[in-house]
Write a protein that binds this ligand. Sequence first.
Ligand code: HEC
Length: 465
Amino acid sequence: MKNITLFLTLISTSSFSFAKTNKLIDENTNAIFTQYCSSCHGEKIEAFVDRKWKYGTTKVDIAKTITNGAVDAGMPSWKNTLSPKQIDNLATQIVKSLVNVDQYKFSAKPKTNIFKSGSMTLKLDTVATGFDSPWGITQLPDGQLLITDRAGKLYKIDQNKQKVEIKNTPKALSKGQGGLLDVEIHPQYTSNGWVYLSYSKFKEEAGATWTTTALVRGKIVGDEFTELKEIFEANPYTKTTHHYGSRIVFDGEGYLYLSVGERGKHFEYAQGTDNDLGKVHRIFDDGRIPEDNPFYGKAPNSQTLYTYGNRNPQGLAQHPVTKEIWEHEHGPRGGDEINIIKKGVNYGWPTISYGINYDGKPITNLSKKEGMEQPLHYYLPSIAPSGMAFVMGDKYPSWKGNLIIGSLRFNYLERVVLKENKVIENHKELLNIGRMRSVKMGQDGFIYIGVENPGMVFRLIPSGK
Ligand code: HEC
């Protein structure tokens, strides 16, 4: 009964926040966890608890597992090392940390397209359907939308919601996480017509398929993509088909930023400055390289590199007031990050991370290191962020200035309240509307959201304050 009431509350308010996790942490117990458990389970209890539980999640179950172990499976018995009190404290701490995972378990689908957030009401207006994954969304000055489908196609949606395919876009390898990815228009689109597309470029070599993140620009004439020219290609190519990064943002000062993931080869590329993977790059709108880039003229370093040590950034947006470029990136199991992009800075992956490996084993036991930037905010468990925008204009009064991020994993919109570049509140909006892939502020002042399975794009129509 309690669960049902909770569920109804979630659906009717569609927005709630939780106290910061670190308030739950008992320092002594944490130190014991670090000393005895972190070598196998990672530094953070909050990362460890995000798992498929085998032996039960009550305090009694957990204390029993710690006491007796699961010796054949590699979990030692702790009864000769730790006191019953210490084991009890560990079990208590683990149960408390589980609340942090449970906060995302809003399981039922919404029954209406009307959502509430504070005193504001939001209606999901479907503007386009029939996508595999609507990866990138941008709006033309006349109100039409350009939407990429990761399956390899670019569409234009007119004001009557008619969807037209734009032909002759670059051929992408639509496999794994690859495909036709982001789309953005030039800040002076009205006078020059440039449209930018990022995608997974590929080649056949030595009997294998190799791929990378590449960026082209071209112009849409009728229903054709014309004057196509490649302006960036990340090197090296890899045989993996994930972690392409691929968000595009212009800063209004003539620079274009493009994120590139480490292609799942974290120990090979993210920390090196002599390659383009696991980086945010900065170029001019035609692909020329700014001479004040951190490694300009310093071969064999990447000339386009602006930041490094980034895992898989699928969110880039410019802050409307400070004009800084904000980024988010996927952590492994835990440790998704929000960062502000600063020239030449190392964001630490995989040397430092708040996450652990997908198999539950630590990747690193460091979450901080001198010379490596700390995230502004990190998520435990991972929400799997994709798409990001700052809420601008006057259409959404109670969200103004907030950062909004799609959650692929938990199917909701993460709304982050900021104060002077600090995250002060996290809210969950639009619960369970789908695997949220793209989030964009339109030129018309509306928020647009793309979800997968089935692939649809919504406009958020607000009323109230
Ligand atoms: C030598 C590596 C190792 C160390 C050190 C270790 N564990 Fe484990 N632990 C494991 C493995 C492996 C499993 C999974 C066992 C299985 O799948 O049957 C596990 C499972 C568990 C589980 C059960 C999770 C479930 O799925 O039900 C708990 C609870 C746990 N460990 C707590 C701890 C605590 C607390 C410590 C420190 C006091 C600790 N472990 C130290 C390897 C370790």
